[in-house]
Ligand binder design. Structure first.
Ligand SMILES: Cc1cc2nc3c(=O)[nH]c(=O)nc-3n(C[C@H](O)[C@H](O)[C@H](O)COP(=O)(O)OP(=O)(O)OC[C@H]3O[C@@H](n4cnc5c(N)ncnc54)[C@H](O)[C@@H]3O)c2cc1C
Length: 481
């Protein structure tokens, strides 16, 4: 192991009061009856096949608009143009909203192929399209309605709200969409607690539901065409089924699998491990690097789930989660008593060794990012000669040090620990292409897995790309939303 800390090179000492890996050893001691849990089955979904579906749905829907004279109206000018813009933007908004709901419900077939990160990234784009098109739709249609009745956009709005069914609901839905969009804007999102953002976001279901009624009664492309009406109902029903099955399915599975806390151990400064076991293990398929949404059934924690990655290869003896005391709930997680029931939703994620297809790897962790990296390392073979780089503030922040040393040694790998304040590294960037090539001569032919703060992620990404690692070979797990 090399310790790189400009200015000093002391050997790491155990954290005061810490029992590094004490309980880890207790639950993970090799034992003839302990077996590795099976891994999740590989996804056979191909991106090309998958994309065909949204394209088909979009083409049929736009086709309905064209069939009902949408293009002709668009080119006619005046109120017809406004109405046509209102119609097409309304249809696109509804499709994007349904797609966004499906993506955020993380259907298994999609999650197993793309992982939560990519689904949430795609959901964000669907959300942006929804908010912009729903506002365009509301403005264009209300303006056209006002003009058609000889008034203004304001009189059009009043008339619609007073006389047309479902219009009040549609207005409330639109306002909710805008509020959700604003709350997800990064600058505002950072200002509010996670829970506030989450519950505002949950109203998205209500917003979509509130908008549905006026699509059936007023939507020019749907209300007057039986074929279109059937098409629209079919899309809505499929969306409800996929979302309900995915959301409730995950919850019901977690309710029927019994898991309990077996021990909690201290690993480093502000970091501990929760050891979990129970009959539910028998039905699990999980890979190192995956995570679960964990809900502890205690008076103060039962109402929300937090994501935590397994930090050791999952076995029939149990699972281990390594948790940093970041806020109130993570601190409470490390105070759980043995015997506390846990609901585990998952596993989720594609941050697994399968992504490397057996190629040599570089594993980079920052702080508690060591959790999935440690589990991934255990899933690597000796032919992958893992180079592990861990960035921590000081040696007392390094969790699972002894395990890391043992694992890299048994896999012909090496461990590099970078300690010290950030400014120490400004002169010699440890992730510059030059340094990386000097450390790891074959870096360009390796797969890179990284988990840590955004600043570390972007430094590693930049350096690795410059060092010749193809972007598709760089895999990351983000701990934020
Ligand atoms: C895929 C994934 C895997 C993770 N694995 C680990 C791990 O192995 N070890 C570890 O210590 N931490 C992990 N985290 C981070 C961990 O979930 C948060 O630190 C924890 O939820 C903080 O909760 P809190 O109430 O203590 O802190 P708060 O102060 O309430 O939240 C701090 C930050 O944590 C994030 N967060 C809070 N609650 C959630 C939630 N329910 N879902 C998503 N993000 C949330 C938000 O970005 C928030 O700003 C992971 C996060 C993700 C997304």
């Amino acid at each position: 192991m090399s310790i790189l800390s400009p200015g000093r090179s002391a050997s790491p000492a155990p954290a005061p009061g810490a029992r590094p890996g004490a309980a880890a050893g207790a639950t993970r001691e090799p034992n003839r009856t302990v077996r590795r849990l099976p891994r999740p089955r590989a996804s056979r979904l191909r991106t090309g096949d998958l994309l065909a579906l949204p394209w088909f749905v979009t083409l049929v829907t736009v086709g309905l608009w064209v069939r009902h004279g949408g293009v002709t109206a668009l080119l006619s000018g005046g109120t017809d143009t406004l109405l046509s813009i209102g119609q097409i933007s309304g249809l696109i908004a509804a499709l994007a909203a349904m797609g966004g709901l499906i993506l955020s419900s993380r259907p298994r077939f999609l999650e197993r192929r793309y992982g939560q990160d990519q689904l949430i990234a795609a959901h964000r784009w669907f959300g942006i399209v929804t908010v912009f098109t729903v506002v365009l739709h509301a403005v264009a249609d209300t303006w056209a309605w006002g003009a058609a009745t000889g008034g203004t956009i304001v009189t059009g709005l009043v008339d619609l709200l007073a006389n047309e069914a479902w219009m009040v609901a549609a207005l409330v839905g639109t306002v909710l969409m805008v509020v959700i969009g604003l709350s997800s804007w990064r600058r505002l999102r950072q200002l509010m607690p996670y829970e506030t953002w989450y519950f505002v976001h949950l109203t998205g279901y209500l917003a979509v539901l509130l908008g549905f009624g006026h699509q059936l009664t007023l939507g020019a492309d749907i209300a007057t065409d039986t074929l279109a009406l059937w098409w629209w109902w079919a899309l809505a029903i499929v969306t409800v089924l996929v979302v309900t099955y995915s959301r409730l399915g995950d919850l019901l599975r977690s309710l029927t699998r019994r898991f309990y806390v077996t021990a909690v151990s201290r690993e480093a400064n502000g970091i501990g491990s929760v050891h979990v076991s129970g009959p539910g293990l028998a039905r699990l398929r999980v890979a190192g690097g995956q995570f679960f949404n964990i809900r502890a059934l205690t008076g103060d924690l039962w109402w929300q789930a937090h994501p935590y990655s397994v930090s050791a290869a999952p076995t029939t003896a149990g699972l281990r989660f390594t948790v940093k005391e970041l806020g109130e709930d993570s601190t409470r997680m490390l105070q759980l008593k043995p015997g506390t029931r846990l609901l585990l939703e998952g596993p989720y994620g594609v941050f697994t060794s399968e992504q490397a297809h057996g190629a040599p790897v570089v594993l980079v962790a920052g702080g508690v990012g060591i959790a999935p990296i440690r589990a991934l390392l255990e899933d690597c073979g000796p032919h992958q000669t893992p180079v592990v780089i861990v960035r921590v503030h000081d040696e007392f922040d390094l969790a699972h040090k002894i395990e890391l040393e043992r694992l890299v040694a048994s896999r012909n790998g090496s461990l590099h620990v970078l300690t010290g304040p950030r400014q120490w590294f400004t002169r010699t960037d440890p992730f510059s292409a030059q340094t990386l090539r000097a450390w790891i001569p074959d870096v360009a032919s390796r797969h890179v897995f990284m988990c840590g703060p955004a600043s570390l992620e972007s430094a590693v990404m930049k350096g690795m790309r410059k060092a010749g690692v193809p972007t598709a070979h760089i895999h990351s797990e983000r701990f934020g939303v």
